[in-house]
Design a protein around this ligand. Structure first.
Ligand code: BES
Ligand code: MN
Ligand code: ZN
Length: 500
């Protein structure tokens, strides 16, 4: 865990391994950005280094210089914020997050860092703190006994003249909790699927709860309880695997809660496609098919740690989608938790089946709103690419509310429609519902399918994170390779919005 704090002492006087400063791109040449607070001699030294290195100050440019006279830290890391003037003090929060993140991501052998980027109050301090803490994330991996454990960043100090302002201190604390929550979600996604299966996922959330100061209530339904409870969607998807399915509920229920929000996460710990087996290349990366459930679990813990006055219930719909003699078949008809029957057409469309049951269960508690989050369709990536999530909802105002939460968190998402014209694609001749539509608009018909399980009158949104939950490419900003933790920021901001 990374500790985040703030200090109003001069950044160059603070004891640390690294001092992070920002540069800006002024006509193709890097200049120190505002807010560095360096004494003149140090600033001149850094400026000369920037010129000698032909630095540009472009976003993602990160340079390290050592032994700057007048700076206590042995290393100074300069991170580009892109085009701006050397006097600019107000930057877009996501620019600050990425700049701070690119810097901390570049670090080796640093445990204490001080970050002195241009800030203008609590929200920008939060962005710098979040970026720095998120960029410091490393997945430890599964290593043998001879591996050397790597020492990562443990303390991030954000330099700001507002360090004594209550809102600024609170922002730093929140940034630490958020970064820690995202790190948990990333770890879950990165864990190999032979180690993370439904029961071990349940064990992981129990262990995290046991170690936490603010406890949540955890309930686990095993395969027998799921069968008895009529969760035909989850049971059907999970029945092909030797690792049986689970439904895990995590509840943060503070006294005098102002509202209640239900979060439902797709938790397919491995999606082979089932009998409709995926081709080899598409199967790689499918350990990340539980990223929605990971984001939900991490958010409930973060809400508890922040002591938010909102009831938050997370529903983790956990199953492993495997082919075998006991696996679900195309043409099977299963009965979902609310009694709706569904004709299975393609066992690879498993996410909507586990989510359908999860949305039913969430609705039974009559929450003020339901959000489901899922690596649901390849069509999401076709439509929006690998970095932008799709948001669908049964009410435009609620869809926009989720979109605003995403924007504030620096998680790119875009509104998508649920065209009623496409609903007839889900008609079946043998059951109440067919479980997929045509190829075109596959993200939208998946959303329309889920909508069938939402109780009338409850605001509901569906966030498809197939692309942004898992980074197959190079790291960028504060986003590592592999699990990204996408969704935690959106869900937490949404829940906070209900706190008033
Ligand atoms: N988990 C996949 C969706 C996915 C694809 C996530 C690529 C991340 C990257 C999902 O279960 C799936 O297989 N969806 C099918 C649905 C189809 C069979 C209707 C798809 O998108 O092809
Ligand atoms: Mn699938
Ligand atoms: Zn899937």
């Amino acid at each position: 865990m990374t500790t985040v704090n703030v200090s109003d002492r001069p950044a160059h006087d603070l004891k640390a391994d690294v001092l992070v400063l920002a540069t800006v791109d002024t006509d193709g040449k890097a200049a120190l950005a505002a807010g560095h607070g360096l004494p003149r001699g140090a600033a001149t030294h850094v400026a000369a280094q920037l010129a000698a290195l032909h630095a540009t100050g472009a976003a993602e440019e990160v340079l390290t210089i050592a032994a700057v006279p007048g700076v206590a830290a042995a290393r100074v890391v300069l991170t580009g914020l892109g085009k701006a003037s050397a006097r600019t003090t107000a930057f877009d929060h996501e620019v600050l997050r990425r700049g701070a993140g690119a810097a901390s991501r570049s670090l080796k052998n640093a445990t204490r860092i001080v970050v002195a980027l241009p800030t203008t109050g609590a929200e920008s301090v939060a962005a710098v703190a979040e970026g720095a803490a998120l960029g410091a994330y490393r997945y430890a991996g599964v290593r043998g006994p001879s591996a050397q454990p790597t020492k990562g960043v443990t303390t991030v100090t954000v330099a700001t003249s507002d360090a004594r302002v209550k809102a600024v201190k609170a922002a730093a604390t929140r940034a630490g909790i958020l970064a820690d929550a995202k790190a948990y979600a990333r770890d879950l996604v990165n864990t190999p699927p032979n180690q993370l299966f439904p029961q071990s996922f349940a064990d992981s959330v129990k262990a995290r709860n046991a170690a936490a100061t603010a406890k949540v209530t955890i309930k686990v339904l095993d395969e027998k309880a799921l069968e008895k409870g009529g969760f035909g969607g989850i049971v059907g998807v999970g029945q092909g695997s030797v690792n049986p399915p689970r439904m895990v509920t995590l509840t943060w229920n503070p006294p005098r809660a102002k509202a209640s929000v239900a979060l439902v996460g797709k938790g397919i710990t491995f999606d082979s496609g089932g009998l409709n087996l995926k081709p080899a290349a598409s199967m790689l990366g499918m350990k990340s098919d539980m990223a929605g459930a990971a984001a939900v679990a991490a958010t409930v813990f973060a809400a508890a740690e922040l002591g938010l006055p909102v009831k938050v219930t997370g529903y983790l719909c956990l199953a492993e989608n495997m082919p075998s003699g006991t696996a679900q078949r195309p043409s099977d008809v299963v009965t979902m938790r609310n009694g709706t029957t569904v004709e299975i057409l393609d066992t690879d469309a498993e996410g909507r089946m586990v989510l359908g049951d999860g949305i039913c269960l969430a609705g039974e508690a009559k929450p003020d709103a339901i959000v489901d989050i899922a690596t649901l369709t390849g069509a999401q990536m076709v439509a929006l690419g690998a970095r932008v999530a799709g948001i669908m909802a049964n009410e435009d105002t609620f869809r926009d509310r989720v979109g605003t939460a995403a924007a504030s968190a620096g998680e790119s998402a875009w509104p998508m429609p649920l065209p009623t014209d496409l609903r007839s694609q889900l008609d079946s001749s043998v059951a109440d519902l067919a479980h997929k539509g045509e190829r075109w608009g596959g993200m939208l018909t998946a959303g329309l399918f889920l909508r069938e399980f939402v109780t009338e009158g409850t605001p509901w949104a569906h966030v498809d994170i197939a692309g942004p939950s898992y980074n197959e490419g190079s790291p960028w900003g504060y986003t590592p390779k592999g699990g990204t933790g996408f969704g935690v920021g959106t869900l937490l901001a949404l829940v906070e919005g209900y706190a008033g």
